[in-house]
Write a protein that binds this ligand. Sequence first.
Ligand code: C5P
Length: 210
Amino acid sequence: MSRIIAIDGPAAAGKGTLAKRLAAHFGLPHLDTGLLYRATGRRLLDEGADPSDPEAASAAARALRPEDLARPDLRVPAADAAAAQVAAIPAVRAALLDFQRDFARAHGAVLDGRDIGTIVFPDADAKLFVTASAEARGERRWRELRARGIAAELADVIALIRTRDAQDAARAAAPLLQAPDALRLDTTDLDADATFARALDLLAGRIGPA
Ligand code: C5P
C-alpha cells in the first residue's frame, strides 16, 4: 500500500525542510506543491499575461510540465506574488489537482502545501500542520534572503509574512486551514533537527517504519 504524508502550514514554517527529511527517511518521493503555483505564475509572467486572469492562468496550469518545477527563478519576489495570485483561482487549483494525485499514485509521497490534508489527500495516512509565530517565520525568511545576498529589513519581511498569511487564510478557494485530523507541530522554538525528531514522534504508529 502506498503511503501518503500530508504536510500543510503557513509560509516559512519549516514544511519544506521537514518534508524532504521525512521523504528520505520513509523512502518516499517528495513534492513541494508550492512549486506548482510558482511555476504556473512564472509561465504567465514570461508570456506577459496577467496572473490574476482566470483563463490565462488555468491554461498555464494545464500546460505545466515536470521540468517547469526545476526552474531556478521560482523563488524570487515576482514569482511569490504571481503564485499567490494564481493560487486564488479555483480553475487553477482544479487543473493542478490531477498533477498532485498522479505524482503520489504509484509510490506514495510526502507532499507539502496549504491544502494537502484538506483537499488533495483528505484520506492521507498521516497529516501534519506545521506552524510557527510570524516573527520566527519572518526571521527565518530574512536569514535565507541574507544568505542569498538579498538585503532586506527584518520588519518588512515579517510584515510580508503576515500579508501572505492573511491572503492564504482569507481566499475563498482552498483557504489555509488545519484539517481536523492533522497533528499540529509548532516549530517556533525548534530547529530543523528538533522539528524532524518531533515529527517522527507524532507519526509513530501512523506510518509504518521506513
Ligand atoms: O509554499 P510556497 O510559498 O512555495 O507557496 C507559493 C504560493 O502557492 C502561496 O501563495 C501559497 O498560498 C500557494 N499554495 C497553495 N496551495 C498549495 C501550495 C502553495 O495555494 N498546496
